[in-house]
Design a protein around this ligand. Sequence first.
Ligand code: FXY
Ligand code: ZN
Ligand code: ZN
Length: 378
Amino acid sequence: NTAGKPIHCKAAVARKAGEALVIEEIIVAPPKAHELRVRVLCSALCFSDIHFWRLKEPHGYYPRIFGHETVGVVESVGEGVEDVKVGDTVIPSFLAYCGECPDCTSLKSNQCSKLRFELSPYIRDGTSRFSDTKGQTIYHFGYTSGFSEYTVVDITHVTKVDPALRASRACLLGCGVSTGVGAAWKTADVEAGSTVAIFGLGVIGLSVAKGARLRGAKRIIGVDLNPEKAEIGKKVGVTHYLNPTDLGGKSASEVILEMTDGLGADYCFECVGLPSLGQEAFTCCRKGWGKTVILGVDKPDSQLILNSLVNSHSGKSITGVQYGGLKPNIDIPILAKRYLDKELQLDLFVTHEVKLEDINKAFKLLIEGKCLRTVIWM
Ligand code: FXY
Ligand code: ZN
Ligand code: ZN
């Protein structure tokens, strides 16, 4: 019985910005009040892990344990934890849910205003539960840190899930797939018969397509530089694939405007994290009612510039959300059920599986655009 004692285990530690992760023995302290220690089953790699692993100071923190698409089993719980017990299967989330604040009690928001999302290197209480064998503190990431055999998360950052759900699929609900599907269903609220434009066909963009398809969107235009995305896009409902290098000098937004009689797409999604793509998406978004949703994670100090006269009076809107506007603890069980009912596709997104020792292969695959999700087994 390990409850109440520090656990020595293996983890993939990011020692320096952009450098290969190191599989090390680390020490995971027992959970404090309102926390639980989780034996991680597996975690998938999302591009945000790479994005933040590339950041140098002051935005980067090292040594650090990344990973925020995770599923695991509760090993022990701290004082005051009643909602989950030892042995439960849980998905940690980077967004918190306090259940009491104006945001948690509203259907309009998933941004808990009591426990706000920050790019914090700690868990909720502002300290770390990780250290190396020399006693040096190791930082957390996204309140989750799934690239470790054990992690500690706050009770406000977990959702209990059905253990019948395959772990390699369950972990995906922690970020990418939920973000894409949520953006189509909740943020944009895509209507049947509409035209959708998606910039970037990674897991987020493909999940937007799937969500839009399930809503009955008529035309789903997917834009991506990688020609292999044409085929995979079809499988989730992309009806028209555009490769920006292949448009005879026109931009994707010009082509989308042409395809829509000069009107634009009803719903546009930026799924890469580039302001230039946000601008393009908004440019080909329909006046009157169009909605553009920014999902890609951008660099800390970058700016999105829109022409004020052309845009401010247009009747179209632009918004950015985290996690597709979904509330993890409420919506993860709903998405899980849809997967078990064979409505929601998850299998397609798992293109590779590796052992923790080979986590750097997962990084390489995603950087080179050669995978969708690589599941890393602990
Ligand atoms: O990949 C999704 N989420 C990350 C954990 C962090 C997103 C950062 C958004 C900036 C506020
Ligand atoms: Zn709250
Ligand atoms: Zn993510």
